[in-house]
Design a protein around this ligand. Structure first.
Ligand SMILES: Nc1nc2c(c(=O)[nH]1)N[C@H]1C(S)=C(S)[C@@H](COP(=O)(O)OP(=O)(O)OC[C@H]3O[C@@H](n4cnc5c(=O)[nH]c(N)nc54)[C@H](O)[C@@H]3O)O[C@H]1N2
Ligand SMILES: Nc1nc2c(c(=O)[nH]1)N[C@H]1C(S)=C(S)[C@@H](COP(=O)(O)OP(=O)(O)OC[C@H]3O[C@@H](n4cnc5c(=O)[nH]c(N)nc54)[C@H](O)[C@@H]3O)O[C@H]1N2
Ligand code: SF4
Ligand SMILES: [Mo]
Length: 763
């Protein structure tokens, strides 16, 4: 791995004047520590060498059975995050004259009292919670955070789920009976992978944990398989594909309907062991009759011949799997897209079959295991958001309504907020509106290691330990992986004195809230609280592992999974490739697969209204607006890793990608600043002219916009960029789920100033 060289390049290259040259004494003992990288979904095994307490190298762990030595450049950032002088190490309280350090006891006590007071005065729903993405990469938070949320008993629960994978969860709930029974591409065995709206070469895979995705895709091609990518941009993944097809943003549902049309109407569904378990196949067949390839071609920008070619290749392949991620879930028809992907896989006989779309059987089983261990099957529409009436899913409301619920007066208005590992000002649609809303809250507390665009609005910030100071097990990503494996990583470093893990903070906060609510401490609750504090996430993990499908249970004579077993296997344990496991693993009450759930089929009407059968969407019509989509870069990680010098150095990445024809028409050239305007906002950003994007489409990364006043990330501020979500529209949602529709935002673009006479428009 080239990481140790990269590391050398980083040394002494620190704009903070930090002393980055290792001070090693030759007498200090060397040691090696193995762990899983917690930064993205790929679960790479790391081999960390230390001299005394200093890290001397971070490399890929060649002996990790799953990642086999692979890492990406972000792995090194674990050390930077640990050492970052901007990372908060003590609770902070906002005062009229600035931030002051407070004790943990005082901070948690104040947080509990203020949250309680808001609920006493205005009702339970007046306190909202927002849980961000890093919770899912954090063992303690996976195990303990739900209890705090539950204790608050508010209907105003939000999380990054509804700006991300909510359509997958809704569709799995409706079709398979559990929100996390999500089909995963059997990447290592398939002969045909059709990817829509995902760029795993940059993201390292999502809802498809597959370390070293490049090698796995190369292996697919080497065994004679085919990789096909459908994306409005020729991405890093599209560049290595056998076929890349441009598609007009937001029209994938029509393309998928056409593929299902060919599979069901022009061919017959391929039977397999699940045929007798299908509910609604005839209904689907009837519905897709109205959506032939000719209709899709009128709106998608993909020709009838290409659509038929895609269908033929998929249907005739020995095994095939269709997979779609962010580009499909965060668009106006996200739920339809994820539903149709499953229908296509099922109609072609590729569900629960080697080389198709399969299900994991993880050691810690939050799907099939005891209810207490999981998230629950899911639920839909048990309540609606107060202002816009968007539906609850799985106990949460869509994050797209968070700001309006704070800004709109009346009973049930949100007046206080708890954020846990989230930065919604940069990551939810119309972030600037949310920012105004946060400024008006009565009280806000953030559990977060950084003073950033969101937490600067908090009254209290409660920081966690660094990722290297806690134990790690991927409760979520083992459920979403292309192979069954299990791995536990112990903490590398002792937590700094006076440092708290998030779970310790949430548990303490929960306990104090319970006492305040009762007016006096309850003996039962106090004992339970003490027991949980002693057990901690590791003991609960052990119980889950023992009771899981590979578990040792509590029988000392039985071989099987336990925390002790994982501790004795520091590189991780391989549990083999995905295996067919339906109908046994189905979670629907009738043990059948529901192919035509009403919540999804009903949304076809909206699709038809948007894309009529008889007319065509012409990208060139009088509307000169362009469609804005998102992108990710290997060295970014959402909004929170721009304070790592090694990751932000080099050419600025926050640019507006634009096709040469559009640039020429608009008087823009590479490197010129453009003003981009949407319904909700305006930003100025340099243009990157490239033939890799479809005409009529522009692309911006998200997670930038670090120039806000009063933040405390010095390196990020020097690489500020602008926030994509100052342009995205909180009213644009996928209707069945309420998921944010980031992709396909209509924008107008013009040069920031009249182009200089010398500026040549791009050819
Ligand atoms: N336009 C657009 N917007 C998007 C996306 C997009 O593609 N386009 N992507 C969406 C997606 S997929 C996601 S997942 C969301 C992410 O949305 P968020 O989760 O809201 O944002 P992050 O940038 O991941 O911010 C994570 C926060 O957690 C903090 N943090 C990191 N580790 C820990 C920890 O261990 N404990 C605690 N307490 N805090 C921690 C960081 O400092 C940061 O403040 O963004 C979404 N927003
Ligand atoms: N380096 C890095 N890795 C990450 C992250 C990160 O920020 N940086 N974030 C992590 C997180 S939280 C997540 S959820 C995953 C996301 O993982 P991915 O979904 O693989 O990541 P994206 O790069 O957002 O890919 C979305 C693709 O959809 C395309 N697209 C946009 N609109 C449309 C459309 O309408 N139709 C079609 N067909 N395509 C469209 C975009 O051009 C883009 O290539 O990545 C994870 N990994
Ligand atoms: S690919 Fe993801 S898990 Fe692997 S080293 Fe990079 S950030 Fe960590
Ligand atoms: Mo995400």
């Amino acid at each position: 791995m080239p990481v140790s060289e990269k590391k050398k390049a980083l040394q002494g290259n620190d704009s903070h004047g930090r002393d980055t040259v290792p001070r090693m004494s030759t007498t200090e003992a060397s040691r090696v520590h193995f762990r899983t990288c917690n930064l993205c979904e790929a679960m790479c095994g790391l081999r960390i060498e230390l001299k005394g307490e200093r890290i001397t190298s971070i490399r890929g762990d060649d002996e990790d059975p799953f990642s086999r030595g692979h890492v990406c450049p972000k792995a090194l950032a674990l050390e930077d995050l640990h050492e970052d002088p901007d990372r908060l190490r003590h609770p902070l309280r906002r005062t009229a004259t600035g931030w002051e350090q407070v004790s943990w006891n005082e901070a948690v006590d104040e947080a509990a009292r203020k949250l309680h007071a808001v609920q006493e005065a205005h009702g339970k729903d007046a306190v909202a919670t927002y849980l961000g993405n890093p919770n899912v990469h954090n063992l303690g938070n996976m195990v303990f955070a739900p209890a705090l949320v539950k204790t608050l008993r508010s209907r105003n629960r939000f999380s990054a789920t509804s700006v991300d994978q909510l359509p997958h969860q809704l569709v799995s709930y409706a079709m398979f009976g559990h929100q996390l029974l999500i089909p995963i591409p059997d990447l290592d065995h398939t002969k045909h992978l059709l990817v829509l709206g995902a760029n795993p070469l940059a993201s390292n895979g999502s809802l498809m944990t597959a370390p070293d995705i490049r090698a796995r895709l190369r292996a697919l091609q080497e065994r004679g398989g085919k990789l096909v990518v459908v994306d409005p941009r020729r991405t890093e993944t599209a560049a290595i594909a056998d076929t890349h097809v441009f598609i007009r943003p937001g029209t994938d549902a029509l393309l998928l309907l056409a593929l299902v049309h060919v599979a069901l109407v022009e061919h017959s569904p391929r039977p397999n062991h699940l045929s007798a378990r299908m509910e609604g196949l005839d209904a689907v067949k009837a519905l897709v009759r109205d959506f032939p390839p000719e209709r899709a071609a009128r709106h998608t920008g993909v020709s009838v011949e290409v659509i038929r070619g895609l269908a033929r290749d998929f249907i005739t392949s020995e095994s095939a799997v269709c997979y779609g991620r962010m580009g499909l879930s965060t668009q106006p028809f996200g739920s339809l897209c994820q539903w149709l992907i499953n229908v296509l896989n099922i109609a072609t006989g590729n569900l629960d079959r080697r080389g198709g779309a399969m299900f994991t059987q993880p050691a810690f089983d939050i799907v099939g295991g005891p209810r207490a261990m999981g998230l629950g099957r899911g639920s839909l529409g048990r309540w609606k958001s107060r202002v816009r009436g968007l539906p609850e899913f799985g106990g949460e409301l869509p994050s797209a309504v968070m700001a309006e619920e704070m800004l709109t007066p009346g009973d049930g208005r949100i007046r206080a907020l708890v954020t846990l590992a989230g930065n919604p000002v940069l990551s939810t649609p119309n972030g600037a509106q949310l920012e105004r809303a946060l400024a008006g809250l009565d009280f806000m507390v953030s559990l977060d290691p950084y003073l950033n665009e969101t937490t600067r609005h908090a009254h209290l910030i409660l920081p966690p330990v660094s990722p290297l100071e806690r134990g790690h097990y991927d409760v979520a990503f083992h459920v979403l992986a292309v192979r069954n494996t299990a791995k536990y990583s112990p903490p590398l470093f002792e937590p700094a004195p006076d440092a708290h893990e998030d779970w310790q903070t949430t548990l303490e906060l929960q306990h104090r809230l319970e006492n305040l609510r009762r007016g006096r401490p309850s003996l039962r609750k106090t004992l339970l609280h003490q027991a949980l504090r002693r057990l901690g996430p590791e003991r609960l993990l052990d119980i889950g592992l023992r009771m899981g499908p590979h578990g040792a249970h509590f029988n000392p004579l039985r071989q099987g999974m336990s925390l002790a077993k994982l501790r004795a296997s520091p590189h991780g344990v391989d549990l083999g490739p995905l295996q067919p496991c339906l109908p046994g693993r189905l979670q629907t009450k009738d043990r059948r697969i529901h192919l035509a759930p009403e919540v999804l089929t009903a949304d076809l009407r909206r699709l038809s209204d948007t894309f009529p059968a008889s007319t065509a969407t012409d990208v060139e019509t009088g509307d000169e607006r362009l469609l804005l989509i998102g992108r990710r870069h290997l060295r970014d990680n959402n909004s929170w890793m721009h304070n790592v010098q090694g990751l932000v150095k080099g050419k600025p990445r926050c640019t507006l990608m634009m096709h040469p024809e559009d640039a020429a028409r608009l008087g823009l050239a590479d490197g010129m600043d453009a003003v981009v305007t949407s319904r909700v906002g305006e930003v100025t950003v340099p243009v990157a002219v490239t033939g890799d994007i479809m005409p009529g489409v522009v692309s911006l990364p998200h997670g930038y916009g670090h120039r806000r006043e009063g933040t405390g990330q010095r390196i990020a501020a020097e690489h500020a960029g602008i926030s994509h979500n100052d342009l995205t529209d909180e009213l644009a949602v996928d209707v069945p789920s309420g998921n944010a529709a980031f992709n396909g935002t209509p924008v107008r673009v013009k040069p920031a100033e009249a182009p200089r006479a010398t500026a040549t428009p791009a050819a």
